[in-house]
Design a protein around this ligand. Structure first.
Ligand code: CJB
Length: 829
């Protein structure tokens, strides 16, 4: 209501806020009003961006009353709030999602049509907020969608980067990065609240002081920035709930020095502003490799400190008893990026709230839980003690004390095993002193989880073994999930309609109901309709590609997709070796052309700008693609497409069209994967290793509907132990040799052998991710794929079974697991 603190006399101000009428007329009226009064244009003078913004405002207007309710309830209620702390949210476009959630899609379409506007034209205008790199950021977006849909009070906290993940372009087949100015045309989905800004401090010193006879420590910082919150609505699907995503923007406390400006030094006069605003300027484009940059640590502390202060100071009631904090909040740490929140909460409790250390530690341990998303040792974040101590001196002291007490506990448990102490210490000594953030999170968290069964097992057995021995109950698994609203209902409307016709509408919030499709896999008529949907989705994708200036898809081709970040462990190179080998086989006459199914290989991938080898692989894919797609001898048989700037919006078009899903990481390297789930859910069959969530997908869809290949994780370990020599595999396999030789010969680089030489030698003499060792098994599996695709009836049957058996991979299920195993929170009625 409008009345909360003011004492208005106007009757309208006392009435509760209500949504506009949920009718075509009501919508049209609101839309036109917003066009006039918010955009300052008439319908006839408006352009498509005005119309898009007015449409977004209109959708917001419908959600507003519920949002007010839910925020009031959050303050008043006694339920636990899930505070999801994540440096990344890869949201994708908002318009369709919010229309769908609020049941307004048809009304809006009709209302706009009456205004002479095709809503599709407005959809195209939206720039997706790319505030994340890949799987980890997209997972956070799926989770907040599910939590809203399940009526769990949640605040997602993160950073409002001014520039999201870079826009990728190709020049001569090589990646070029361009800034992602996503805010350029306005940002209708968020609400700035400068009045709720938090002051965030950095650097300086610490000192002790006498506080009425008690010696205490305080931090005397050197500089501050303001953290200004921007709130976004997170509507639940058809349940009237609206949660909040609160993203922080950095603003200078004292932006502008008028004195300096007047003296003529314009650059210096805004130096403070530039410096402060750099903190939320740009998303770090690394994925699975932390960049030890000071600015990144500033970003991490900035958003976590603001979030903790916001929750305690603004969300909780004023008279809240801080000792009860664990009853009211769980801070979920999305990987190590927000782990600096642990010493921050300790600082707040001990220095500001003046709690005893032990009491504060007991609270802190209950308030945090940690999700690990990786197995790559090089991806485990560490901060040098020097840097951390300089930027956050009080936090370093607190970390030291946490570590001292933790190591005492280790000694009590395991005796004075100095090797063990060194291994488990939160402070690493080599090559230089550093804080191991994953260890800090493990020590502090009430729970530690991996993101797929195999991953959680490997965390317990390898990466965090000593900790798992010390606290077996702390470790758990929650297999990742994806939201069926965005990745089935919205992305694949035709399949959704077919499913709804067969099973009724409830599957969107109860994905296990897809099981009901199993029986239909044997129904000829249903199979035909399913196949027709796939064909239609391919035509739609083809139009999207053409509109981007890419080649279209050929009718009748199997669409074989590999869409994910470009990383050596994911092994795009192995995919390229398969393509080159097939190409060479056809051209040389070695292969029986009729046994090779016509295929289009489609890649989507960005490489971290500083990751040289990944960029070379991009160059190779494009180079191979150009030669293969242009070669008359394989025309109609093989085609390679690599549309630039793969993002959520493009994923939503590719996934429903895919026949084959490439999930070919070296076993033991991909923590989970979530693209694998989206593709299976949309009826693509997986060719994959026993890695990450592939293991669970295969178990569920069945071996007959999955193409397994490659070494298992224990086999990988055994081969390392025995000594891996990739060149031996090259020597022993003629097809492999021919493929590599063709690349090395310059066939894809205008005869210039030097272009891909580093890549080829890396494969032959290093091959950290054992592409050569898995090559033969991969090719054999691809032969099975070809044979299976030749029998369309049975392929479609398998595709239907993939859909029917993927219900487990809903992020709703993942959220139920988190609620039960980690958060001990419940939905509100
Ligand atoms: N992941 O996207 C990232 N970035 C990282 O820095 C570390 C891991 C990915 O997280 C996904 C969500 O849990 C996983 O599915 C994926 O395997 C992992 O690489």
């Amino acid at each position: 209501e409008n009345t909360s603190e003011l004492r208005p006399t106007h009757p309208l101000a006392i009435a509760p806020v209500v949504a506009p009428a949920a009718s075509v007329d009501g919508f049209a009226k609101q839309f036109l009003q917003n066009l006039n009064f918010d955009q300052g244009v008439t319908l006839s003078t408006s352009d498509v961006n005005d119309q898009y913004l007015a449409l977004a405002y209109t959708v917001r207007d419908y959600l507003m009353a519920r949002w007010f309710d839910d925020r009031a309830q959050q303050k008043a209620q006694q339920n636990k709030t899930v505070c999801y702390l994540s440096a990344e949210y890869l949201l994708g476009r908002q318009l369709d999602n919010n229309l769908l959630a609020s049941r307004l899609t048809d009304i809006a379409t009709e209302a706009l049509a009456q205004c002479g506007i095709d809503i599709d034209d407005l959809r195209q205008v939206e720039i997706e907020p790319g505030l994340g790199n890949g799987g980890l950021g997209r997972l956070a977006a799926c989770f907040i969608d599910s939590l809203a849909t399940m009526s769990v009070p949640t605040i997602g906290y993160g950073i409002r980067y001014e520039y999201g993940i870079f826009r990728q372009a190709f020049a001569d087949g090589q990646q070029i990065e361009q800034p992602d100015a996503w805010l350029r045309m306005g940002s209708p989905w968020d609400f700035a609240h400068p009045e709720a800004a938090q002051t965030i401090s950095f650097a300086g010193t610490t000192e002790t002081y006498d506080d009425d006879g008690v010696e205490r420590t305080r931090w005397v910082p050197e500089w501050n920035v303001l953290a200004v919150p921007y709130n976004m609505m997170v509507p639940g699907y058809h349940n009237g709930r609206v949660n909040t995503l609160r993203l922080w923007r950095a603003v200078a406390t004292n932006a502008f020095d008028l004195h300096t400006f007047n003296s003529g030094d314009y650059v210096e006069s805004v130096r403070a502003q530039t410096f402060a605003e750099n903190i939320s300027k740009v998303l770090y484009p690394e994925d699975s490799t932390p960049q030890g940059k000071e600015l990144r640590l500033q970003q991490q502390y900035f958003f976590v400190a603001a979030s903790i202060a916001d929750f305690i100071g603004n969300v909780l009631p004023d008279d809240f008893d801080i000792e009860k904090l664990p009853e009211r909040v769980i801070f979920q740490l999305n990987d190590t990026h927000p782990v600096i929140g642990v010493p921050e909460l300790m600082r707040v409790l001990v220095d500001e709230k003046k709690l005893e250390w032990d009491a504060a530690w007991a609270i802190t341990q209950k308030c945090f839980a940690y999700t690990c998303h990786t197995l790559l040792p090089e991806a485990l974040e560490v901060w040098s003690v020097d840097l951390l101590g300089r930027l956050l001196p009080r936090h370093l002291e607190i970390i030291y004390r946490i570590n001292d007490e933790f190591l005492l506990e280790v000694r009590e448990r395991f005796g004075d095993d100095e090797m063990l102490i060194r291994n488990m210490s939160i402070i690493g000594e080599h090559p230089s002193r550093s804080v191991r953030m994953a260890y800090l999170a493990t020590v502090a968290g009430s729970k530690v989880n991996g993101v797929a069964e195999l991953h959680s097992q490997l965390l317990r057995d390898n990466v965090l073994k000593d900790f798992a021995e010390m606290w077996p109950d702390k470790f758990t698994n929650v297999t990742n999930g994806v939201t069926p609203r965005r990745f089935l209902r919205l992305a694949n409307p035709e399949l959704s309609d077919l499913i709804t016709e067969a099973l009724g509408a409830g599957w969107t919030v109860d994905l296990e109901r897809l099981r009901g499709l199993e029986a239909l896999a044997d129904d000829v008529d249903f199979r035909e309709r399913f196949a027709a949907v796939k064909a239609s989705n391919k035509r739609r994708l083809s139009r999207v590609l053409e509109a981007r200036g890419e080649a279209p898809l050929d009718d009748g081709h199997m669409l074989d997709v590999m869409i994910k970040r470009l990383h050596e462990y994911k092994r795009q190179t192995l995919k390229v070796l398969h393509i080159v080998s097939t190409y060479e086989g056809i051209v040389s006459g070695r292969l029986d052309v009729d046994a090779v199914q016509p295929r289009t290989f489609l890649f989507g991938a960005k490489a971290a700008p500083g990751y040289g080898m990944a960029k070379r692989i991009i160059h190779l894919i494009n180079a191979v693609g150009e030669v293969v797609s242009a070669d008359e001898r394989v025309k109609g048989k093989l085609k390679v497409l690599y549309p630039a700037n793969y993002n959520v919006t493009l994923a939503e078009r590719i996934i429903p069209a895919a026949d084959l899903s490439e999930q070919i990481s070296l076993a033991g390297k991909e923590a989970s994967g979530t693209g694998n789930m989206k593709l299976a859910l949309n009826g693509a069959l997986t060719i994959g290793t026993d890695d990450g969530a592939n293991v669970e997908i295969r178990k569920l869809v069945g071996d007959d509907n999955f193409f397994l290949f490659g070494m298992s994780e224990p086999e990988v370990e055994a081969l390392w132990a025995e000594g891996y020599r990739p060149a031996d595999f090259y020597q022993d396999d003629e097809e492999l040799r021919r493929a590599i030789d063709l690349i090395a010969s310059g066939a894809f680089s205008d005869g210039d052998r030097s272009v891909f030489e580093p890549l080829v030698s890396n494969l032959l003499y290093d091959d950290r991710f054992m592409a050569l060792a898995d090559f033969r098994s991969y090719l054999d599996a691809q032969d099975r794929v070809d044979a299976a695709y030749a029998d369309q009836d049975s392929w479609v049957r398998s595709a239907i079974l993939n859909v029917a058996r993927s219900g487990y991979f809903s992020s709703d299920r993942a959220m139920r697991d988190y609620l039960e195993r980690i958060w001990h929170a419940t939905p509100v009625s």
